[in-house]
Design a binder for this molecule. Structure first.
Ligand code: F0G
Length: 482
């Protein structure tokens, strides 16, 4: 929690930085927001950013950079091969994770591509605490199967479990016994588990998983894209680590894994990604794919400026005053919604605030995509752009039937160091208004449904005419206010 307590007894987050560059925003009238969301096929991915007031779609590649990052970008050494910038990033990663080898990639999913090509064969399985969309796509496209082993608490929306990203270790033991260790391509531990609300796992749980993996010869891969939030939660929620330095937590985690990959669009407040390991043979085998898909080994699709920014960003990830910004603002956002009765995922995680669309729109069938409908309705009500994380984000089963998601969430991501407390208060106010009028909102149906990653490009339309009714109610309640 924040190191500052207040005389009034209130609690609110406090920025340990100041803002020195700003970008002007536009808040369109609701009628224009209606035009924009219609043009976007009721899919917030297809909105133009100029039509968005607060962009809470993602924290990927949109975190604010620090003065030190910007300064480092000016010192970048531009070279195709052997740039000093790459050497600096490589040395920083070695130090950060305690590893020796680094394969650069243009972003997280490119690292997943290389890992999947190396490890996944048809019929193999990848066990994971919880899947991520792009990871699953890479694994299944190569004939692999993804098995989720998150502890049951992970998929309970309301919980007081502080490590909802933990693996059910007994279920992992059972799976090994049933399927045989040799059939595992690898085990994937996703830090700050994205699709269940940015929820962390504990160091103790990672230790238990690592023990089984190493006993059974199953490679343990960590997805460290959302590591920063997970580190903060381990430090503040796991008594064993309360007095540990953040870097000691990173080293202890890394030491339990065979391979670590990351999206630097999240980790390191930059853009890019990569894979690190201490296994020389593995490094040499995976290396072959980098020049083929990403670029030469000393840039892997990243610009030298991005690499300099990541190098500094990794230092900032070890600064508790920097990595607490996400979790503290998110906790405030979640608590303010919770106080007003808006159903939210608890305890607050990293990445963003997550609204439970299953309860918010409990009158909308999951086959009419309540979280997609809620994302569109929140945009209409506020100009805030969130992201659907529910059935729409799933792939259909091979027989074409709908795969119904465990959770229906609207994710309101908080890019680090970007939004102010008053902007969060505005979002809470408008979402509260929408919650008070939730009966108006109906479901969505497909107009165009792509076969792969349908949530990115798919176009939908409301079931019925709820969008016009919502606009009319907004005007009735708010007059000519934006
Ligand atoms: N792993 C996790 C846990 C992620 O959250 C992401 C991206 C990736 C891998 C892929 O990385 O985007 O650099 O290719 N998550 C973004 C999001 C897209 O909005 O949650 P990438």
């Amino acid at each position: 929690m924040s190191k500052v307590t207040y005389f009034s007894g209130e609690t609110f987050p406090l920025e340990m930085h100041k803002v020195r560059i700003i970008q002007k925003l536009t808040l369109l009238p609701i009628e224009e927001r209606l035009r924009a969301i219609e043009e976007a096929g009721y899919n917030t991915f297809l909105l133009q950013n100029k039509d968005v007031f607060l962009d809470m779609l993602t924290d990927s590649g949109v975190n604010a950079m620090s003065d030190r990052q910007q300064a480092a970008m000016l010192t970048a050494d531009d070279a195709y091969a052997g740039s000093a910038t790459f050497a600096r990033l490589h040395a920083k990663l070695n130090d950060f994770f305690g590893t020796r080898y680094f394969l650069p990639a243009h972003q997280g999913r490119a690292a997943e591509h290389i890992l999947a090509k190396h490890f996944v064969k048809p019929g193999t399985l990848v066990a994971t605490n919880y899947h991520f969309t792009t990871t699953k796509q890479h694994i299944t496209a190569l004939g692999g199967e993804v098995v989720e082993l998150v502890d049951h608490a992970g998929v309970e929306v309301v919980s007081d479990n502080r490590f909802k990203g933990n693996v059910d270790v007994a279920a992992f033991e059972r799976l090994v016994a049933e399927r045989g260790a040799a059939n595992f391509a690898f085990f994937r531990m996703e830090a700050g588990t994205n699709l269940i609300g940015g929820q962390p796992y504990s160091l103790a749980n990672l230790r238990a998983v690592s023990e089984i993996c190493h006993r059974e010869g199953i490679p343990l891969v960590m997805d460290a894209s959302l590591l920063a939030d997970n580190l903060y939660f381990i430090k503040t929620r796991e008594p064993e680590c309360a007095d540990w330095d953040i870097h000691d937590i990173v080293l202890a985690m890394a030491n339990l894994c065979d391979v670590i990959y990351f999206s630097a669009r999240k980790l390191g407040f930059g853009r890019g990604g990569g894979i690190v390991t201490n296994d020389q043979a593995l490094y040499e085998q995976m290396r072959a794919w980098v020049p083929m898909y990403e670029g030469f080994l000393t840039y892997g699709g990243m610009s030298v400026r991005e690499m300099e920014a990541i190098t500094v960003g990794l230092d900032e990830t070890l600064d508790e005053d920097m990595i607490n910004q996400g979790p503290l603002f998110i906790a405030h956002f979640v608590t303010e919604m919770d106080k007003r009765g808006i159903p939210v995922v608890t305890p607050p995680g990293g990445l963003g605030a997550h609204v439970d669309a299953m309860r918010f729109l409990d009158h909308v069938d999951q086959r009419q995509y309540p979280s997609g409908a809620l994302a569109a309705a929140v945009y209409l009500a506020s100009g805030v752009r969130g992201m659907e994380r529910g059935t729409l984000s799933e792939q259909r089963e091979p027989d074409g039937s709908e795969r119904i998601s465990d959770m229906e969430l609207l994710r309101l991501a908080l890019p680090r160091r970007v939004f102010t407390l008053s902007q969060i208060q505005y979002a809470v106010d408008r979402i509260f208004w929408l919650y008070s009028n939730r009966q108006i909102v109906g479901g969505l149906k497909w107009v165009e449904e792509p076969e792969i990653l349908r949530f990115f490009y798919g176009r939908l339309t409301p079931v019925g005419d709820w969008q016009h009714e919502l606009v009319a109610k907004f005007r009735e309640d708010f007059g000519d206010s934006l």
